[in-house]
Design a protein around this ligand. Structure first.
Ligand SMILES: *Cc1c(COP(=O)(O)O)cnc(C)c1O
Length: 801
């Protein structure tokens, strides 16, 4: 009998991981050893695993450098229109494997590391996530960077280099505990500081209206120090730049006192200025009106706009003697995309630069601003909308407040002239009626490089065996898989890959959680930020219902499930933290009940982040996307699961609607109220008690939560949650309970028929084309930015030898 393949041998057989030419491997080994010696200053007797990771990261990074310099030179020579993606969040995750994938170096590096007697996955696991984001919005920015580079767009991501990203979540006695994310502690091999491009950013002060124009004076200055990170496109030799700003106090900061005590204090006070880039605000879909946050928002905008204008003026176009340098040409050469309102100060700041500094008249400036900037709205939740207290704003950015008032005054005037209505604050609807063409919808997407090739090479490969590898840059080609829906060999391959992924995750979970996992059970997964609108509580009610049913009829042939829930709660969000405690408490009861055995397990996945998503999603059978209809603007987690061969149980909310359209509604498990039903229920009045009284299993589950069944030591522990669900549940959990449970019964039934299950999986994968962020970015490029995406390669430089 043939020996089973080792991980290394198996990976070697996967062609999407690139060719491992003999010379390539030899060069990689040489360069690895050179970095270990010259960069890490270690020999193999004393080198640690981390040294080996850094040696490998530097070796791979060397392959980026020539491409990076060449790409930027190419942009300077060709002077295409530039697009700037401004975001307070870039949720990048790890960089090493993504770089190897996009450069086609994965198999070669794997072989080199193997020949050096080291373990690739072990080294990769040493890399910290760049967790500079909260959830979907920040991860979208990261996927967009990958797609913009892969489509050859001259694009730049601009944001903040937070010293501490999203906190690390520890679960202690079932509760969330936050730990600082000191991600830079061992250094970041992917960034390059550029102190020569440092820029001043002004705060506070006052406004003087003089005959020569408006002056913003007596300000306090903080310096913005840029750090550049390369963003490689997929096998096209393009390397774009993500530039993140770090706050630095000027040398002369606070140095007006000359006595020694004043001097020491002044040096200590430099921290106050440098706190601006200290930490990411950990709220997802929630606005917190803190001054430090407003400083962060202005800091990134002010530094970035100086950079954009400097680059425009220094461009061939801007500086050629034939075309007079003319800021009026900026909209032809520059597009600025604002990721939600977080960087929306770009609008008044660009007005300030054009009017106060460049001395353009208001109308001309406004024309440039409106043709250069575009903004994306990501949520409909009112608590997420930014509404700054006027006095805070006035104090920090007095000139910008004046400009905003002036913008508003002129809008009202236009509106009055055209419609003759009373003065009031303009609403969304008024703007839409004035300029409907300025409102567009762009369906979000995910990059198939990270979310398939990188995290699920087995699936990427069995797909490539059927339809070739081009689908990786043209995801619509996945629809060719419809020819294989009834192909037994393909069905077998897809099911086999899923099983392998599940076994691997099961091993990880058993080691980490000390729970025996049944890898033949359905892996039912809900991973996303913990939020009432995402309704992890509905999932909890299903778990309790399943548990009660198993206890009532222990001998029935229940479809075994391993239910995993993961996600962070904002540190100040009490209800979300109680939801985590409820999940872990349910797990404690269910997982230790001998009657249940391995037919139902509940695991709270600690510290959900990009890297954990990459491990969990390829192993999922069922994806839970169960938000109240009308609350999730899009969701992108839903798309990652679909691409990785999980079936979705979901409401008709956000992008689930389009997923059902693309894969066929019969291939998803859709349940619950539609948006119209929710609105109708709102008009009628949602009465939670009526469901509780009418549905015995719901009543039983709620009575168990409120009676202390899951918290025997503290029977009243969940009274706030119970009170919320019974009396002020904005998200109407009970109204969807019955249909959700029925739908889960259909899921159970189909899971008993693996072949039919996998056919639906294939329909889903085949319907994924639309959800590539390449499609999203192509639409942004053509319909908003006035740019043309391209799959052309540029010339490759010589790789390091
Ligand atoms: C994709 C992703 C999200 C967004 O998930 P949703 O289910 O769309 O909310 C959040 N966090 C991480 C780590 C992700 O990768």
């Amino acid at each position: 009998m043939a020996k089973p393949l080792t991980d290394h041998e198996r990976r070697k057989q996967i062609s999407v991981r690139g060719l491992a030419g003999v010379e390539n491997v030899a060069d990689l080994k040489t360069n690895f050893n050179r970095h270990l010696h010259f960069t890490l200053v270690k020999d193999r007797n004393v080198a640690t695993k981390r040294d080996y990771y850094f040696a490998l990261a530097n070796t791979v990074r060397d392959h980026l450098v020539g491409r990076w310099i060449r790409t930027q030179q190419h942009y300077y020579d060709k002077d295409p229109k530039r697009v700037y993606y401004l975001s307070l969040e870039f949720y990048m995750g790890r960089t090493l494997q993504n770089t190897m994938v996009n450069l086609g170096l994965e198999n070669a590096c794997d072989e080199a590391i193997y020949q050096l007697g080291l373990d690739m996955e072990e080294l990769q696991d040493i890399e910290e996530d760049a967790g500079l984001g909260n959830g979907g919005l920040g991860r979208l920015a990261a996927c967009f960077l990958d797609s913009m580079a892969s489509l050859g767009l001259a694009a730049y991501g601009y944001g903040i280099r937070y010293e501490f990203g999203i906190f690390n979540q520890k679960i202690v006695n079932g509760w969330q505990v936050e730990e600082a994310d000191d991600w830079l502690r061992y250094g970041n091999p992917w960034e390059k500081a550029r102190p020569e491009y440092m820029r001043p950013v002004h705060f506070y002060g006052r406004v003087e209206h003089t005959p020569e124009g408006v002056k913003w004076v007596d300000t306090q200055v903080v310096l913005a120090l840029p750090y550049d990170t390369p963003v490689p496109g997929y096998r096209n030799n393009i390397v774009n730049t993500m530039r993140l700003w770090s706050a630095k106090a000027p040398c002369e900061f606070n140095l007006k006192d000359f006595n020694i005590g004043g001097y020491i204090q002044a040096v200590l006070d430099r921290n106050l200025a440098e706190n601006i880039s200290r930490v990411l605000y950990p709220n997802d879909n929630f606005f917190e009106g803190k001054e430090l946050r407003l400083k962060q928002e202005y800091f990134v905008v002010a530094a970035t706009l100086q950079d954009i204008i400097r680059r425009f003026k220094a461009s061939k176009f801007g500086s050629t003697e034939f075309v007079r340098l003319d800021l009026a040409k900026m909209p032809d050469k520059v597009a600025i995309q604002l990721n939600d309102t977080h960087p929306a100060l770009a609008i008044p700041e660009l007005m300030r630069i054009l009017v106060d500094i460049e001395k353009l008249d208001w109308e001309k400036a406004w024309d440039i601003v409106t043709r250069t900037c575009a903004y994306t709205n990501h949520t409909v939740l009112p608590e997420a909308l930014e509404r700054w207290p006027v006095d805070l704003f006035q104090n920090l950015l007095p000139r910008h407040l004046e400009i905003i008032y002036e913008i508003n005054r002129r809008h009202l005037e236009v509106k009055r002239e055209s419609k003759r209505i009373l003065m009031r604050l303009l609403q969304f609807k008024d703007f839409y009626e004035m300029d409907p063409e300025k409102f567009q919808n762009k369906t979000n997407g995910i990059t198939p490089r990270r979310w398939l090739v990188m995290c699920n090479p087995g699936l990427a490969e069995v797909i490539a065996e059927r339809i070739g590898e081009d689908y990786i840059r043209d995801l619509d080609q996945l629809k060719k898989l419809l020819d294989f829906v009834d192909d037994n060999a393909f069905i077998r391959d897809v099911a086999k890959i899923k099983q392998e992924n599940k076994l691997k995750l099961a091993a990880h979970l058993e080691e980490h959680y000390k729970v025996k996992i049944n890898a033949n059970s359905m892996f039912d997964v809900q991973v996303k930020r913990i939020h009432e609108y995402k309704r992890q509580l509905l999932n909890c009610l299903h778990i309790i219902t399943l548990y009660n049913r198993i206890k009532n009829e222990p001998n029935k042939s229940w479809t075994p499930r391993t239910i995993m829930i993961g996600g962070k709660a904002a540190p100040g969000y009490h209800t979300a933290k109680m939801i985590i405690k409820l999940i872990t408490s349910i797990g404690d009861i269910v997982n230790n009940d001998p009657v249940v055995g391995d037919r139902l397990k509940v695991i709270f996945l600690e510290n959900y982040k990009v890297t954990l998503a990459e491990k969990v999603i390829p192993a999922a059978d069922l994806s839970e996307q169960i938000s109240t209809a009308g609350t999730e603007a899009s969701g992108t987690g839903n798309m990652k699961f679909m691409l990785n061969g999980a079936l979705t149980i979901g409401t008709m909310d956000g992008a689930n609607v389009e997923m059902a359209e693309e894969a066929g509604e019969e291939n998803l498990f859709i349940f619950g109220m539609r948006v119209e039903d929710v609105e109708a229920l709102d008009r009628k009045g949602y009465d939670a008690a009526s469901y509780y009284n009418r549905i015995p299993e719901l009543k039983q589950a709620m009575d168990q939560i409120s009676g202390g069944f899951f918290s025997p030591d503290q029977p009243g522990l969940f009274k706030d949650l119970v009170n919320m669900l019974m009396h002020h549940d904005r998200f109407k959990v009970f109204a969807d309970y019955e249909d959700y449970i029925k739908c889960q019964e259909k899921v159970d039934a189909l899971y008993k028929d693996p072949k039919e299950w996998t056919k639906k999986v294939i329909h889903n994968i085949a319907g994924c084309g639309k959800f590539s962020s390449d499609r999203t970015i192509s639409q942004y490029a053509r319909e908003i930015w006035g740019m043309e995406p391209s799959l052309e390669k540029i010339a490759a430089p010589d790789d390091p030898r």
